[in-house]
Design a protein. Structure first.
Length: 95
C-alpha cells in the first residue's frame, strides 16, 4: 500500500494553509457521500482527500479563474458547481 504524505499533497497546493483548507473542504464533501475521485481502498475520508490532492484530481480555484481547460477537475466546496454539494449545504441550514 502506497502511503500519501503531506509533502506529496503540498506540491499541489500554494502553501500549508491552502492545503489545510482544501483538505478540510474535500473531506467534508466525502463525508457527505460525494463520489471519491480515486480508489478509496477502505481509507478514511481525510486520507482519500489527501490522495486526490496529491494526484492532482482536486484543486482550489476561484470561479472566475476556472476555464474550459480545467473542466475535468472537480472544484471544491463553496466554489463548486456541483449541485449536490450546494443542495446538501442548503438542507443542513433548514430547521
Amino acid at each position: 500500500m502506497a502511503r500519501v504524505t503531506v509533502e506529496d499533497s503540498l506540491e499541489k497546493a500554494k502553501n500549508r494553509f491552502a492545503l489545510t483548507h482544501l483538505t478540510t473542504q474535500r473531506t467534508k464533501q466525502l463525508l457527505r457521500k460525494s463520489k471519491p475521485l480515486c480508489e478509496k481502498k477502505n481509507n478514511r475520508e481525510i486520507v482519500t482527500a489527501l490522495r486526490e490532492i496529491a494526484e492532482g484530481k482536486v484543486r482550489y480555484a476561484h470561479p472566475e479563474v476556472l476555464d474550459a481547460q480545467s473542466a475535468d477537475v472537480e472544484p471544491i466546496g463553496f466554489i463548486a458547481n456541483n449541485t449536490d454539494v450546494i443542495e446538501d449545504a442548503n438542507a443542513e441550514q433548514k430547521p
